[in-house]
Write a protein that binds this ligand. Structure first.
Ligand code: 0RA
Length: 625
């Protein structure tokens, strides 16, 4: 931490804001939608820092009609006095000089943010215009910039009793491929920020579509956990604790429900650490140990130690740590690397949770009994799996008999088509490229794994067939190295039943093999909805497309395909399976917390929640995962 390293961030500073405009992706991740939204987060993070320092209560974010964004806070205001080194107002330094990260006053460190942690000058560099207004020391000052350069001197506008900062910026179309902000994405992020900073208010206002929403969570993480568990049957009130050790703030809320999944979400300086890291491993180790120790000392756990998976079944947990010098690793730089944090979190959880268990035996016993059941079920599931394995050993190479495998075993191009219905699977078998495409038929609907316990799920034939064909195993035994196909393609009829089967399959993958989604192996085939015949055949994939095409070609000869089975094998090949001509959708998880909530709501027991969700989202027929 104290070492004087000459690293990438120092080089960045030498390049200045010109470097930011030359290689924007290095600073904000991308020049697409993600990077564009990052501009807002960067400014908001500075306001959140003011809130964390105890000086700001409310942040207002407005999407303006002219495409600009205004972020207003009631913090102390960016200092405007002359900077001793640069001889210009401090605010001008903050906006026109690139910093190595961290605030320019070295006494306080930057806590919020940190993924890129690049500072407000980067927003300025990537905006065709930026105006800052500061209320501080009884005065209002304002200054204007363009593409990182100063346009006007700092002007005195008048007097005020308030304090705060207002930043308005116009993203530069020379930099960004899109200038449209997504209200939903901003909503999700601001909701998250207010959950992570109890007491902070964020008002989001879209002046284009006249929408407005205020986020505020006086209960912080407790409310966060309740919100995630809204559609689950919980077995106790959320447990919350906060500890401060060695300059690290550790904030944790946990709650068990009757569900079979676990949901542990980690945040470092309010950044969602999707890839996990030392804070998460410290938490998991402590949780397993505390539950085992408590259960054994009270005599309620008799059959040996629970595994980590057992101890986490049905758990929702938020682990939020705030640390001075986060080291982010991993593919998307969302994995916490600081090794000391594992021990800090482990001892904080050990002491806080054992104390809680001693003082709340009723809750403690409910938790122990829930996870002991999980252990029993897991043992039973293991036996069931062994049975399946033994049974499979008698069929061809242990693979399901229904699978028509491909001949190429190694290529990057191999695909497994999971096909709704035996007859469609038959057509697909005739249509396919045998070398790289395997076909696995599904007989109707698979089990809803959201409602069934894992033992039942893992002994259902349709599901074991899929698991065996895919090869990776599930849960603790999941091993991506054993994946037998590069792409797994779900192919269903374009009707309500097909949609339902698609959702059941996606639920299965999300709950049992989420890594396959995260690493981009899961796809959905897009069979055409219509054929329009005019000289030659035109295949149409959406109603919008049909409207356009029939305006051009007329409505003389339109066929609606009701199911895959209505197509001939050459039609199926040309429209849906030929890698060179087909359309195909790759499934990705935009937001793991929202995806969990939606799957629990759509596939679980909360009927009212589901009705509300469907009526709110009726217009967007597509699942947002
Ligand atoms: C540097 C120092 C201080 C506050 C800020 C920056 C600051 C930056 C932003 C950006 C958006 N809103 C902001 N609010 C404050 C501390 C100044 C002091 O010690 O009074």
């Amino acid at each position: 931490m104290t070492e004087n390293k000459y690293d990438a961030s120092n080089i960045r500073v030498l390049e200045g804001l010109e470097g930011v405009r030359k290689r924007p992706a290095m600073y904000i991740g991308s020049t697409g939608k993600t990077g564009l939204h990052h501009l807002i987060y960067e400014v908001v993070d500075n306001s959140v820092d003011e809130a964390l320092a105890g000086h700001c209560k409310k942040i207002i974010v407005s999407l303006n009609k002219d495409g600009s964004v205004t972020i207003e806070d009631d913090g102390r205001g960016i200092p405007v006095d002359k900077h001793p080194l640069h001889k210009i107002p401090a605010v001008e330094v903050a906006l026109t000089k690139l910093h190595a990260g961290g605030k320019f006053d070295k006494d306080s460190y930057k806590i919020s943010g940190g993924l890129h942690g690049v500072g407000i000058s980067v927003v300025n560099a990537l905006s065709k215009k930026l105006v800052v207004e500061i209320k501080r020391d009884g005065k209002i000052h304002s200054q204007e910039y363009s593409r990182g350069k100063t346009k006007t001197k700092l002007k005195l506008l008048g007097k005020t009793k308030d304090t705060g900062t207002i930043v308005t910026f116009w993203p530069d179309e020379e930099i960004f491929s899109t200038l449209d902000f997504d209200y939903k994405i901003l909503e999700t992020r601001f909701r998250e920020i207010t959950f992570l900073n109890a007491g902070l208010k964020i008002l989001l206002e879209d002046k284009i579509s006249n929408k407005k929403v205020e986020f505020f969570a006086s209960g912080g993480l407790i409310e966060f956990v309740k919100w995630i568990n809204k559609s689950k049957e919980v077995i106790h009130k959320p447990i919350y604790f906060k500890r401060e050790t060695n300059g690290t703030i550790i904030d944790i809320a946990i709650q068990y429900s009757k569900s079979y999944q676990d949901n542990i979400f980690g945040f470092v300086n309010t950044i969602n650490t999707i890839e996990g890291g030392t804070h998460i491993s410290g938490f998991k180790t402590a949780l397993t140990r505390v539950i085992n120790d408590y259960g054994k000392s009270k005599g309620t756990l008799k059959n040996g130690n629970l595994s980590g998976d057992d101890a986490r079944e049905g758990l929702t947990a938020i682990i939020s740590v705030k640390i001075p010098d986060p080291q982010f690793e991993g593919q998307t730089k969302t994995k916490l690397g600081n090794s000391e944090i594992k021990g800090f979190v482990d001892s904080a959880v050990t002491s806080a949770l054992s104390e809680f268990f001693e003082e709340n035996p009723t809750t403690a016993n409910k938790i122990v009994s829930k996870v002991a059941d999980a252990a029993k079920a897991r043992l039973a599931a293991k036996k069931a799996k062994e049975l399946v394995r033994r049974k499979n050993a008698f069929s061809l190479g242990g693979l399901p008999g229904k699978l028509s495998d491909c001949s190429n075993k190694k290529s990057e191009d191999t695909e497994l088509y999971i096909v709704e219905g035996l007859s469609a699977a038959g057509t697909a078998k005739d249509a396919r490229n045998k070398e790289i495409q395997a076909i696995l038929p599904l007989r109707g609907k698979i089990l809803n794994v959201e409602k069934a316990n894992p033992v039942k799920a893992l002994s259902s034939e349709e599901i074991t067939n899929m698991i065996t064909a895919i090869g990776t195993g599930v849960g603790e035994q999941f091993d991506i190295q054993r994946l037998r196909y590069n792409r797994i393609v779900i192919m269903c009829d374009a009707d309500i039943d097909g949609e339902h089967i698609k959702t059941l399959l996606l639920t299965f993958f999300f709950r049992f093999m989420p890594e396959l989604i995260k690493q981009g192996h899961i796809y959905v085939a897009m069979p055409p909805l219509y054929r329009v015949r005019k000289k030659k055949d035109h295949y149409v994939y959406s109603d919008d497309e049909l409207k356009k095409l029939s305006e051009k070609l007329g409505t003389t000869n339109i066929t609606r395909f009701k199911g895959l089975g209505e197509m001939s094998s050459s039609q199926l090949w040309n429209t849906t399976m030929n890698p060179k001509t087909r359309k195909i959708k790759k499934i990705y998880i935009e937001d793991a917390i929202e995806a969990d909530r939606i799957f629990s709501m759509l596939m679980g027991d909360d009927v009212q929640g589901r009705k509300d969700f469907i009526s709110e989202n009726a217009k967007e027929a597509e699942l947002d995962v």
